[in-house]
Design a protein around this ligand. Structure first.
Ligand code: HEM
Length: 445
């Protein structure tokens, strides 16, 4: 249907002044799909004052994120807004500063550590699932669960009050960033808007919780398996410790980057499973065969192959990070399009994962496709990139798979979930959430 934002054939209109801004605001997912349908893997975009291209082609994504990455900066409006409450951790820094700290953070996700995180994840999930009963908002429950997990693994805290305070503060920060993205600009910093005051309070909360934990550990010398302990023991090349604020920034970054993304991956997977009872049955059969009634462990992951395919197929159709962006640092040509310094390259993982030149039956939910695609070379490089690519690829990828597969397996052991009649409304903000929640009836098996 034609509207001010879209033509009768479904193309986003490029309106005076706002360009595709209205279409993007009205329905960003529809907008990126229509742009890639109309233009292929690279489409000119114009969103308010911002100009550039949107890309959804594996080859071009390889150019921007990997081969030519030095031509771009990540200082987009989104990342800069996130830096307001995250501070400067590895998500929001670049160059030598980023490299130094990525090297320090990365070992937090090495195999040995993941194995120890697995036990914590299973423990927390077991407790959480015990309260599921009747009709539940699965997306809210996933949010709570992944927040508990990330609080434990990053900070070593199972304090309910801390996790809740952090959850609320993160939420305020995310909503602040989203409002900026939609508004496209920020009022001068001295203007005390309601959102700014809320943000200031949220930052105070994050500081309080993180600094209390950091300072107590420093004082007592106590260490655990968590990432805080690792960062406290880390040293720069000259032997000095990480400043207190840097530890706070890296921890909050990991918690924010790791919590909503994983939660949304799980919610969309559970939504798809309820639409495909045959897939849900096969998943339960795999879990029964591999685990029976015992709790899963890190070592079970390779055997939970179908579970992984289901998750990958859900992340293909609903990538938790639907887009990321880069800004051109110099004039150059990308896929035949001239870019100026300061132009935006919008990388749409959502359109990439539904690109019909790459995927057979792109809109279909078919976990079995991953059997063939798991063979080396079966899928073009960068065709499936829910975690990004290149040196800035997600540091938490292995952890996210571990967490999501363990949680999915434990849910499958215990429940059959069915969608109720309430609608599922995608909410593409910083991550791909669900505006009205995900209401399901949980029937114990
Ligand atoms: C399903 C879950 C997840 C998805 C889909 C996801 C997605 C992504 C993507 C696409 C990027 C790259 C962004 C860009 O290039 O602009 C990224 C980066 C990052 N992710 Fe994740 N992520 C997930 C889970 C996690 C977890 C569990 C953590 C940590 C506990 C985490 C921490 C980070 C960090 C710190 C970065 C920045 C890395 C850097 O620039 O060096 N993510 N993530």
């Amino acid at each position: 249907m034609a509207s001010l934002a879209y033509t009768s054939t479904g193309s986003p209109r490029r309106l005076p002044f706002v360009g595709h801004g209205l279409a993007m605001r009205e329905d960003p997912l529809r907008c990126v799909l229509a742009l890639s349908r109309d233009h292929g893997g690279i489409a000119p975009v114009h969103i308010g004052p911002v100009r550039g291209v949107m890309i959804a082609d594996p080859e071009l994504i390889g150019e921007v994120l990997v081969r030519q990455q030095d031509r771009y900066t990540r200082k987009t409006i989104v990342y800069e807004a996130m830096a307001r409450f995250l501070g400067r951790g590895i998500l929001t820094t670049e160059g030598p500063d980023w490299r130094t700290h990525r090297r320090i953070v990365q070992p937090g996700f090495h195999k040995k550590r993941l194995a120890s995180f697995a036990d914590a994840i299973v423990d927390i999930t077991r407790g959480d699932l015990a309260s599921w009963q009747g009709e539940v908002d699965v997306s809210a429950l996933m949010m709570r669960l992944t927040l508990r997990v990330v609080s434990e693994v990053m900070l070593g805290t199972r304090t309910e009050a801390d996790a809740e305070a952090i959850g609320r503060a993160i939420d305020v920060g995310q909503r602040y960033t989203e409002a900026l993205i939609v508004g496209g600009f920020e009022l001068p910093k001295f203007v005390p808007t309601r959102r700014r005051r809320e943000l200031a309070r949220a930052i105070e909360t994050l500081d309080r919780v993180a600094y209390t934990i950091i300072d107590e550990r420093r004082r007592s010398g106590e260490r655990g398996d968590d990432v805080t302990s690792m960062l406290l023991d880390a040293r720069y090349e000259d032997g000095s410790e990480l400043p207190r604020q840097r530890i706070r920034d890296e921890l909050i970054t990991l918690m924010v980057a790791g919590h909503e993304t994983t939660s949304n991956a799980l919610s969309w997977t559970l939504m798809r499973l309820s639409q495909h009872p045959d897939v849900a049955r096969r998943l339960r059969a795999e879990v029964d065969e591999v685990l029976g009634e015992r709790a899963p462990t890190f070592e079970d992951l390779p055997a939970l192959r179908y579970t992984r395919w289901v998750l990958d197929e859900a992340m293909r159709l609903h990538p938790p990070a639907t887009t990321t962006g880069r800004i051109a640092l110099e004039p150059h040509t990308l896929g035949g399009h001239a870019l100026d310094e300061g132009d935006l390259v919008l990388i749409s993982f959502y359109a990439l994962h539904r690109n019909p030149t790459v995927w057979d039956n792109p809109e279909g939910f078919d976990p079995d496709r991953w059997e063939a695609l798991s063979e080396p070379g079966a899928l073009p490089r960068f065709a499936f990139a829910p975690f990004g690519a290149g040196t800035r690829k997600c540091v938490g990828e292995a952890f996210a798979y571990l967490e999501a597969i363990l949680i999915l397996a434990m849910i499958a052991q215990r429940f059959e979930l069915q969608l109720t009649s309430r609608p599922v409304v995608p909410s593409p903000q910083i991550t791909l959430g669900m505006a009205e929640g995900l209401w399901m009836s949980a029937r114990p098996r």
